[in-house]
Structures are given as C-alpha cells and as structure tokens.
Design a protein around this ligand. Structure first.
Ligand code: G3P
Ligand code: CA
Length: 269
C-alpha cells in the first residue's frame, strides 16, 4: 500500500481535504484538520511559509490580511507579508473570525503544531511549499522540521506524507535532498515534458479545468522516482458534477474544500 490509490478502496478516488475541511472551518487551522477528521477524512492538504524569524507556519496567502485580523492588531505594518512578521506576532492573530464568529480564536498554526495534530488524529499530509521563490532554502527548513517531528520515519514516508509545489525547482530540491520523500508537482506539464518530471516527482497534480482522460493516461503511463506509476490528484473541486467528471478522467485523488460533498457525489460514503 505505497500509493494514495492503494490507500483508498479498490477503484475509489482518494478525497483530500484542501486546507483542511475549509468549506466549513477556517482554512489551514487545527479546527479545519479536526473537522476533516470528524467527517472521516485522513488526507489533508496545507500550505507552508516562513516567518521573519524563520519559523514555518501554515497559511495560504503570502500576506496575512484575508484570513487574520492583522490590520487591526498591527496597523501600519502594511503590506502585512507573512515573511515580515515573527512567529510570536503571528501567534497573536485571530485566524478564525473572518470565517464567522463561531470560529473566533482559531490561530495560524506552526508546521510543528500542525504535524502534531495530524499525528494525534492519525491523518496524512499533502504539504505544499507555497511561494518558495519568496523563501530561499525553505525546502531544507521543511525537511528539517519533518525530520525533527518524526515525519521522515518509515511509516510516515510510506503512506502519510507527500510534499508538493507549483515550483518544479522546489520539488526537485526536496527530492534531491531526501529522495525517499514522495513529491508532487502542481500544474499540467506538456505531455512531451512529463518524462523529465518523472525523475523527481511521484505525482502530477493539475488544476481540474485542464484535466482530460487522455492526459491522465499519459501521466499514469510513466513510472516515478520510486518505480511506481505517477499519480494524479486534481484541485480544487467542490462541485458534485465537477467531481464526477474528474473521477471519470481516471484521477487518483481529488483535492476539495468540501470532502463530504465530493465523497457523496462519487457514491463512496
Ligand atoms: O493542492 C492544490 C491547491 O492547493 C493549489 O492551489 O492556491 O489553493 O494553494 P492553492
Ligand atoms: Ca495549496
């Protein structure tokens, strides 16, 4: 059971909770991880960036405005870039209220906190290195935290961890530093170029609007760096009909804000 496909039932599509169960809970928070767990989903996607004092934190946007109250807490610190704030400052922010009063008090988790919660819940992580061009050397930092938190042990490497990025250079850097870590490339490379990707990535993860059955087949035809066929996880699919269409193209996984909706649409629940 080395692949995400093998971890689902026979013929089933793996449903991955995008930023946690982020349709209902504030994205990239421990609450969104816990809600996914309660709904019965173990694969979580997240986004990792780095603070001014070199702490890895889990947040999607490269600024803090949309998902926290940073403008009220730190007025005058525009443009509120993640990389311009310390971890202690970010820990003071409310990352839940924007999603509704019931979520007030949710925090921007550190990667360490996030990994601890996933371990406690028995969950798995599709970790996205977000905007690596803004964080030189972040691949090494991510691998160091993963190592310190025991996420590079055999059990995690086999079936609990994939590291992905939109940056091929970043994916390649992770693969070169730790060839035993499974990796994913976010995007839709030209079929003619897939062979070179297969030397450093185990997954090709395309935007759903670019998906065709022929493309998925051309990805599956190649073996990745671990000697198994490349996998395909598509994003971000929240609509039931779009989920069924994606499944018909033969994808291995669907990354969604609403895992319960997609699971039901696919008749898998
Ligand atoms: O995991 C795929 C998806 O998260 C990529 O786009 O912008 O939501 O990080 P984005
Ligand atoms: Ca992401």
């Amino acid at each position: 059971a080395l692949s995400t496909q093998a971890l689902a039932g026979e013929g089933e599509v793996v449903v991955i909770a995008h930023r946690g169960a982020s349709a209902q809970a504030p994205e990239n928070t421990l609450a969104a991880v816990d809600l996914a767990d309660e709904l019965g989903f173990d694969w979580i996607e997240n986004d990792v960036q780095r603070t001014k004092d070199d702490v890895l934190v889990v947040i999607h946007d490269t600024d803090l405005k949309r998902t926290t109250d940073v403008e009220e807490v730190f007025p005058g610190r525009a443009p509120w870039k993640v990389r311009d704030f310390t971890a202690d400052e970010i820990a003071q922010l409310d990352a839940g209220s924007w999603k509704g009063g019931a979520h007030a008090g949710a925090r921007v988790p550190t990667l360490r906190e996030f990994l601890h919660r996933l371990d406690a819940n028995g969950q798995r992580l599709l970790l996205e290195i977000k905007a690596p061009e803004q964080y030189p050397g972040i691949e090494k930092d991510v691998l160091e935290v993963l190592s310190q938190e025991q996420w590079l042990d055999r059990r995690h490497l086999r079936n609990r961890l994939v590291v992905q990025s939109f940056s091929a250079a970043s994916v390649r850097a992770v693969h070169d530093a730790r060839p035993d870590v499974r990796t994913g490339f976010l995007g839709t490379p030209e079929p003619a170029d897939l062979g070179s990707y297969a030397s450093f990535t185990d997954q090709i993860n395309p935007r759903s609007t670019t998906l065709t059955a022929a493309y998925v087949a051309s990805v599956h035809a190649l073996d990745g760096p671990h000697g198994r066929p490349l996998e395909v996880n598509t994003w971000t699919v929240n609509d039931p009909e779009e989920a069924r269409r994606a499944a018909r193209t033969g994808v291995d996984g669907i990354i969604t804000n609403a895992p319960d909706v997609v699971e039901e649409a696919l008749g898998q629940d």
